[in-house]
Design a protein around this ligand. Structure first.
Ligand SMILES: [Fe+2]
Length: 527
């Protein structure tokens, strides 16, 4: 009896934790130990993912990380409730990479990752469509925390990720600056990058993400690159090269590294030679190039890819020569789209980091939806309230766009300096007119008088249609262009004939006067 009571107490004590929920009940599968004997496998704890990566029109790579070495299985299929295909690997690993092959083009696949009997939720992704068929790309970035002391990812970034998930894109490109700083402390770096991947993996469940390296994502400035954290956050082609290219749905993607050690803010040397070969050797007619730093910054003027004007112009010329459709960047925490001689330059840097307010606007948190189909591209900048803030369509068939950008010598004193003008296509003819004066084919410096000056800029396209923009330059405001007071401009649509040259007017008046005099003289003689 006493023995029976003791046994009952012991049995109750054994069951108590189960009732209290103190013991985790998990389906466990036996795994084969290296020696060949069967052991009971520990339940899996998913540290990362699963995410879908390197998606083509017939393949994908599923990645996830467990907190201990375990086996790997991915069940997948075309129906959410019928994951009838399986790929397994009995080798126990912490980083699981399972390749799926033989997938159907332009299809939605459902998948579930399993390690040691513990399964993830079921997620889905889209395989690439046929070359030239329609697909949706999302571009965003510069989500980094505002300080290194409190490296919490901005709530705006998390909210944007939710909006991007709802877009169900085919592919995502991120434009850099994912963390505030990479330090000498391994534990700090692990912490800040985990905060980033905890958010991006939510998106990575559904769509492949490719990212360019930002200046905040490396400690190159202190002498050590420490790119291992960046590469750990993404599954990309040609790792550990920080620049690479790939084709997707007939579009050639090239991701560059603007943060070369000792050469940040430059695309030069070996990388530039590689870029020339890359853009030359591709047979794809549509080419998208990305880097963290823009060619035409609005905030980081002369401290982005424009820090060396010769190299900047060389890159622009290369993009024109190779028919690059889009150059996407971040670095400036804003949205901007500037078309220069047919090349669309887009800054998508409003991913959550503190916004930059410049005279050109665009200071709102956003992602950019890029709808691509054969020969056509639609760019839509969408803010945190899901409001469309900018829309632009290729092919563009409007009048030449004329945009003013930074002052060539970046001085705060405007007198004697020149603004920089860019045209959306190479104009057949350009005319400039200061303060309503005569037209000139060359732009001279600001007038000396310290007042507000107008500058009319006229551009004629290949079909003899004139575009006209009037810019106001406040030469006594020493803070422009860093001031938030914008230089105002107006656009004249319709037939923007250039103003008549004063000498031309004099000539016409002279000719008419001469004709009148001759007619009067003839009449007088006849009388
Ligand atoms: Fe940056």
């Amino acid at each position: 009896m006493r023995r029976s009571v003791s046994f009952s107490i012991a049995f109750a004590l054994f069951l108590l934790p189960l009732f209290l929920g103190l013991v985790e009940t998990t389906t466990q599968n036996p795994v084969i130990a290296p020696e060949g004997s069967f052991i009971e496998a520990a339940p899996a704890h998913f540290v990362r993912g699963p995410t879908v990566n390197l998606v083509t029109n017939n393949s994908a790579l599923i990645f996830w990380r467990t907190d201990a070495p375990m086996n790997s299985t991915v069940d997948y299929g075309l129906e959410e409730l019928n994951l009838n295909l399986t790929v397994s690997n009995s080798t126990v690993v912490g980083d699981h990479r399972i390749a799926l092959a033989g997938l159907a083009m332009g299809s939605t696949y459902y998948y579930q990752a399993t390690s040691n009997g513990t399964a993830s939720d079921v997620y889905c992704f889209k395989t690439a469509p046929a070359d030239g068929a329609e697909f949706k790309m999302i571009v965003f970035g510069d989500n980094r925390p505002s300080t290194d002391a409190a490296p919490v990812q901005p709530q705006e970034f998390s909210d944007l990720v939710d909006l991007v998930i709802a877009e169900r894109p085919h592919i995502v490109i991120m434009t850099g600056d994912y963390v505030h700083v990479v330090t000498e402390s391994h534990s700090y770096n692990l912490d800040v990058w985990e905060r980033f991947t905890n958010i991006t993996d939510r998106l990575g469940h559904y769509v492949p993400i490719y990212g360019v390296l930002g200046n905040h994502d490396t400690s190159a400035y202190t002498g050590t690159l420490r790119l291992e954290y960046f590469f750990d956050a993404f599954e990309m082609y040609d790792e550990p090269s920080p620049y690479f290219s790939f084709d997707y749905a007939g579009v050639h993607f090239t991701l560059l590294n603007s943060e070369e050690q000792y050469d940040n803010g430059r695309i030069t040397g070996t990388q530039y030679d590689w870029l020339v070969d890359d853009l030359t050797n591709t047979s794809r007619s549509m080419k998208f190039v990305f880097a963290h730093q823009p060619l035409y910054p609005l905030q980081h003027i002369t401290s982005a890819l424009d820090r060396n004007m010769t190299e900047m112009n060389r890159l622009q010329q290369l993009f024109e020569d190779k028919n690059v459709t889009l150059f996407g960047a971040g670095h400036d925490h804003l949205f901007d789209r500037l078309t220069v001689n047919g090349v669309v330059h887009m800054i998508a840097g409003g991913g959550g980091a503190p916004l930059y307010h410049t005279p050109w606007g665009g200071a709102f948190y956003h992602y950019v939806k890029v709808d691509v189909s054969s020969g056509q591209v639609g760019f839509t900048a969408i803010d945190l309230s899901s409001v469309t803030r900018e829309q632009y369509q290729l092919p563009y068939d409007g009048p030449i766009e004329i945009e003013a950008r930074f002052l060539a010598n970046n001085t705060l004193k405007l007198n004697g300096t020149l603004p920089q003008f860019y045209f959306s296509e190479n104009p057949a003819e350009v005319l400039y007119s200061w303060d309503g004066g005569s037209n000139s084919t060359t732009l001279t410096g600001f007038p000396d008088e310290p007042i507000e000056h107008t500058l009319d800029v006229y551009a004629r396209d290949s079909e003899d249609l004139w575009s006209h923009e009037r810019f106001l330059f406040n030469t006594f405001n020493p803070n422009w262009p860093s001031s938030t007071t914008p230089p105002t401009s107006t656009t004249t649509n319709g037939p923007p004939a250039p103003p008549m040259d004063f000498t031309l007017v004099l000539g016409i008046v002279g000719v008419i006067s001469a004709v009148v005099v001759i007619v009067l003289l003839v009449r007088f003689k006849r009388k």
